[in-house]
Each structure stands twice: as structure tokens, then as C-alpha cells.
Design a protein around this ligand. Structure first.
Ligand code: HEM
Ligand SMILES: *[C@@H]1O[C@H](CO)[C@@H](O)[C@H](O)[C@H]1NC(C)=O
Length: 327
């Protein structure tokens, strides 16, 4: 076959595959307790490791949760986020959108514990999802069941893929709802997901545009004075670990305090505050501020959609030996 017909055949095949996947909808090939027969202890091992690591380094739980959003948003939950860059490929991790992502090393600790019990069985993509799920529970958030059976991608995604799929720190409500809708996540579910900003931090590089030269009018002015103290320079050194906590009241607790902060215009990102100013999202901010159960319920729905988005299953992809490299 000449190069052109080979190209055409490949193209037709990949279009067919995409169409098949689209027709099958999200999450096809996943199931609850996928490792029941092959590694019955898998979920228990992840949970024990997440808890052990949490007591060494509490913010690992926050990282595990953010990993889920950043992996699943870029070509589905396939552990593409975890691949190290190579000399000729800038991986997702190198994207500015993944600035501040940390604690990747602990995923290798979890992988090792799993491989000691059942070598080569559990995918890094499932480790991302399971550790994220258990991280949320460690922080006092809801516990929920997730399907498993994801496979790891063999494709080297790039920083550009992350730039394209994830929003910048200064995004607005329209772009936010739009990106979420592309993942089949509706408005209340989207508002619940971003309630994740009830934990963790934002680095000064992502804050100063709201503080200097003048304070953003949508930011609480007394809070802005506090943030200026946290970030005194309009040109922070990106390598310096200078940041403000997302929710200074309960920074390590996964609760609905985020919505109360946002109602006082104390959200750190432009988007956080904008959610309370936009008529599409405001009612849900108010409802979630009042009703933690409603927040958790919408959050769990959103997480199940997010974690089943465009996954590799069956004999697609591979089970990586090491989460940072393709086999
Ligand atoms: C789509 C709109 C979103 C934007 C623009 C956004 C942006 C950001 C930014 C700029 C940071 C701070 C990074 C830093 O400076 O260190 C951050 C932190 C964080 N985000 Fe988001 N985010 C969004 C949605 C989400 C969602 C949907 C989740 C979870 C499902 C999430 C989870 C987190 C967590 C847990 C942190 C704290 C990380 C840490 O402390 O290590 N974010 N986000
Ligand atoms: C700004 O924060 C202060 C102190 O927490 C609060 O009393 C005030 O209502 C907030 N202002 C706005 C506009 O929400």
C-alpha cells in the first residue's frame, strides 16, 4: 500500500473509532469493582495509602483531587497528565495551566503498593481517580463510588493539549459553563465542582492581576488589602512559593464555605467572584452556601460524569509499569 492510501485507511479507521465511542457514550467499558476478580484489594490499598500519605503531607489529598480534573479534562481520564516531558515533547505538566500541581511522587507510592499485591493490573488512570475520590473524603467531603477499568494512554499529549482543554486563571463564567457543557456537566453540577476551591491555594502569579495596579472592583476591598499583604509585589517571582489560601477559614476542609466566601466577594479567582454576579450561576451559589447536602449531591453527580469522560477501556491503551512513562 502506498503512503497516501495507508493514510486514508488510518484516517477512516480513526473516524470510525471516534464515532463508535461517541455512540457508546461516556464510561462504556467501566464498571463498579472492575478489579474484583484480578485484584480484590485494589480499592482498599489505594484508600490505605491515601490515608497514610495524608497524615504525612495533608495537602496531598488536595493534589489528588485536582489531578482528576486536570487529567480527565484533557482527552479523558487516561493518566496523560502524569507523563513526563521528553526531549522532543513538552508534556501536559509543562503547561501554564498545570502551574502549582504538586505531589505527583505520591502516585508512584500508591502504584508500588498496588504492584506489590497484584503486579501490572491496576492502571495509573484508575489510581488518579481512586486517589482523588479518597482524597476528597479525607478532607471531610462526600464519599462516593466510582467505576474502574480505565486504561493508560500510550500517546504523548502536549502542553498545548492542556492549554486548549483547561481554562486560564482569569476565565469568566461564559467560558466556564461552556467547557463544562462540553463534558456534559450542567450548571448546578459545574457550580458544585468549582466548590473544590474550598481547599488549597492560589499562587501570587495568579492573583496579582486582580490587585495591581488597581484592585479589581469585584473583589472585596478589605480582603484585597489582606491579599496584597500575602502578595506584596506586582511582579512575583514565579519560582517563589508565595500564595494565598483559597478558604482561609477552613483551608483543609472540603465544605461549602467556598460559597459563603464568594457571597462576600472573597473568591480568589475572577471566576469565583463572577459566579455570584452572573444570573445563571448565582442561585446555585446561594443554595449551596445554605445547604451543604445539596452541594455534595451535585458534586458527586458531577464527579461521576467527569471521571467517566472519554476513557480508554478493554484492550485500548495499556497498563503502565510506571505512571510517568509509557511502557
Ligand atoms: C474551570 C475553571 C477553573 C479554573 C480557571 C481554575 C483555576 C485554578 C487556579 C488558577 C488555581 C491555583 C493554581 C496555583 O496558583 O497554584 C486552582 C487551584 C485549585 N483548583 Fe481550580 N480551577 C477551575 C476549576 C476547578 C475544578 C472543577 C476543580 C475540581 C474538580 C478544581 C480544583 C482545584 C484545586 C483542588 C485547587 C488547589 C490546588 C492546590 O492547592 O494544590 N478547580 N484552580
Ligand atoms: C467584605 O468583607 C467584610 C469582612 O468579612 C464583610 O463584612 C463585607 O460584607 C464584605 N463586603 C462585601 C461587598 O461583600
Amino acid at each position: 500500500m502506498d503512503a497516501l492510501s495507508l493514510f486514508v485507511v488510518r484516517w477512516v479507521l480513526s473516524v470510525c473509532l471516534l464515532a463508535l465511542r461517541a455512540a457508546a457514550g461516556g464510561g462504556q467499558g467501566l464498571s463498579y469493582g472492575f478489579y474484583k476478580g484480578t485484584c480484590p484489594q485494589a480499592e482498599q490499598i489505594v484508600k490505605e495509602q491515601v490515608s497514610k500519605i495524608y497524615y504525612i503531607h495533608g495537602n496531598s489529598a488536595i493534589s489528588f483531587h485536582r489531578n482528576v480534573f486536570h487529567d480527565c479534562s484533557v482527552e479523558g481520564c487516561d493518566a496523560s497528565l502524569l507523563l513526563d516531558s521528553t526531549p522532543d515533547n513538552h508534556g501536559e505538566k509543562d503547561s501554564e495551566r498545570n502551574f502549582g500541581m504538586r505531589n505527583f511522587k505520591y502516585l508512584n507510592v500508591i502504584k508500588k503498593a498496588l504492584d506489590e499485591e497484584c503486579p501490572g493490573v491496576v492502571s495509573c488512570a484508575d489510581i488518579v481517580v481512586l486517589s482523588g475520590r479518597d482524597g476528597v473524603a479525607m478532607l471531610g467531603g462526600p464519599h462516593f463510588e466510582v467505576k474502574t477499568g480505565r486504561r493508560d494512554t500510550k500517546k504523548h499529549t502536549t502542553d498545548k493539549d492542556a492549554d486548549h482543554a483547561l481554562l486560564a486563571h482569569d476565565a469568566g463564567v461564559h467560558a466556564f459553563l461552556d467547557t463544562m457543557a462540553k463534558l456534559n456537566i450542567n450548571t448546578p453540577q459545574a457550580v458544585a465542582l468549582i466548590g473544590s476551591h474550598t481547599v488549597g491555594r492560589v499562587h501570587c502569579v495568579h492573583l496579582v492581576s486582580r490587585l495591581y495596579p488597581t484592585v479589581d472592583a469585584t473583589l472585596n476591598s478589605s480582603y484585597a488589602e489582606y491579599l496584597k499583604m500575602r502578595c506584596p509585589s506586582p511582579h512575583p517571582d514565579p519560582k517563589a512559593v508565595k500564595y494565598a489560601r483559597n478558604d482561609p477559614g477552613t483551608p483543609m476542609k472540603f465544605d461549602n464555605n467556598y460559597y459563603r466566601n464568594v457571597m462576600h466577594m472573597k473568591g480568589l479567582l475572577k471566576l469565583d467572584n463572577a459566579l455570584y454576579l452572573d444570573s445563571r450561576t448565582k442561585p446555585y451559589v446561594q443554595k449551596m452556601a445554605e445547604d451543604n447536602n445539596y452541594f455534595f449531591e451535585q458534586f458527586v453527580e458531577a464527579m461521576s460524569i467527569l471521571t467517566e469522560h472519554y476513557v480508554l477501556t478493554g484492550d485500548e491503551g495499556e497498563i503502565r509499569k510506571h505512571c510517568q512513562w509509557v511502557n
